[in-house]
Design a protein around this ligand. Structure first.
Ligand SMILES: Nc1ncnc2c1ncn2[C@@H]1O[C@H](COP(=O)(O)OP(=O)(O)OP(=O)(O)O)[C@@H](O)[C@H]1O
Ligand SMILES: [Mg+2]
Length: 342
């Protein structure tokens, strides 16, 4: 069309199937050219505006989304390299803000775990070093040879006790390690809870009698529990052993079992010296002992309650403590009834 001045049309005229002539029409192309030129200008303008808008959108998106994402990626890389303190401060309240907050929390948690691990390792080293010092000291004295037979026997007995204590500590630590790695297995079965309580109380009764402690047990018959009997026995013996250790002669310890629709509740109470309020929140923690000195006679490993709590929680139950200094302590263990915890 370019360069042509007109557009022409040719319409043949046919009347009664006879060709009568043609009508030719001519139109000036200037009008069309003007319209086409106008449209082209508009296309160029719209194309330009689209490119500018795209650039602006990409810029905004990269500032709003990509940049924070890159920052978070760098932060998680730092975390995986072991640098556990990363901080992603943001005021955003959208999903990206939440993700940044989660990463910062993860970093705080990792930092705390690292600290706890170091403290735990330090406590374990201390726990192992103390008996080893005893062992070496007494072995040295015995090997010097300038002691009486009585003394030698006494020192050998101390060495034996310390070795036993060490073996228990290591066994307990291994058990906790298994629990941490979820390799700990519990074999639940339906048992008559009363029978289990009977076995436990008969096992521990002589120890209480020896210390002249009154031991009363109340447990309704026909309670069926779905638990690992060995493990629950371990828990109850542990708590009863604590009660015995901390209750003076002539006092009372009681074990009471009751049941409601959902739970079997076992309460072990003693009239012992109690636990100071400031220690109560920590007594289920690893290696925590109220009396920090590790005396040979009263000294446990400080792992008994930690293991008891883990076992009860593995069963889907809970364990709580209530204590009043000078009046006594109660441990309350709640286990789910029957099969409903499966
Ligand atoms: N019935 C109780 N009365 C007073 N204090 C208690 C009682 N039970 C536990 N405690 C305190 O809680 C601490 C933690 O108990 P836990 O059973 O975990 O450790 P342990 O008895 O010292 O050692 P382990 O049980 O490993 O031999 C004890 O050291 C003790 O101070
Ligand atoms: Mg104990």
């Amino acid at each position: 069309m370019a360069g042509k001045k007109y557009i022409a049309t040719d319409s043949p005229i046919t009347i009664n199937e006879e060709h009568q002539g043609h009508v030719f029409m001519f139109a000036d192309t200037n009008n069309i050219k003007r319209i086409v030129n106008h449209l082209s200008d508009q296309f160029v303008f719209i194309g330009f505006v689209t490119i500018i808008l795209t650039i602006i959108t990409v810029f905004i998106l990269s500032r709003l989304i990509t940049k924070p994402l890159v920052k978070m990626k760098e932060a998680t890389e730092q975390l995986s390299k072991g640098r556990h303190k990363v901080e992603l401060h943001t005021d955003r309240r959208d999903e990206l803000g939440e993700l940044a907050a989660s990463i910062t929390k993860l970093s705080d948690d990792l930092e705390r775990l690292k600290k706890e691990r170091n403290e735990f390792l330090a406590s374990i080293s201390h726990e192992l070093r103390t008996p080893l010092t005893y062992l070496k000291g007494y072995a040295d004295i015995i090997s010097r040879g300038d002691i009486s037979d009585n003394e030698r026997n006494e020192y050998i007995e101390i060495i034996r006790e310390e070795t036993e204590q060490l073996a228990i500590l290591i066994k307990n630590l291994l058990e906790l390690a298994k629990m941490d790695q979820n390799k700990f297995t519990i074999n639940k079965e339906d048992i008559e809870f009363g029978k289990l309580i009977h076995t436990i109380t008969e096992r521990i009764r002589p120890v209480f009698e020896e210390k002249n402690i009154t031991f009363s047990v109340r447990c309704p018959s026909h309670i069926i529990a779905h638990v690992d009997p060995e493990r629950i026995q371990q828990v109850l013996l542990n708590i009863l052993d604590n009660a015995k250790k901390h209750t003076p002669q002539g006092k009372r310890i009681s074990l009471e079992v009751s049941q409601n629709k959902r739970e079997i509740i076992t309460i072990i109470s003693d009239e012992g010296k109690g636990i100071p309020e400031e220690d109560l929140p920590f007594i289920f923690e690893r290696l925590y002992r109220v009396e920090k000195s590790r005396s040979r006679l009263s000294g446990g490993t400080g792992l008994g309650l930690t293991i008891a709590k883990e076992i009860v929680e593995f069963h889907g139950g809970t364990i709580e403590v209530r204590s009043k200094l000078g009046e006594g302590t109660s441990f309350i263990i709640k286990l789910l009834v029957g099969d409903c915890n499966e």
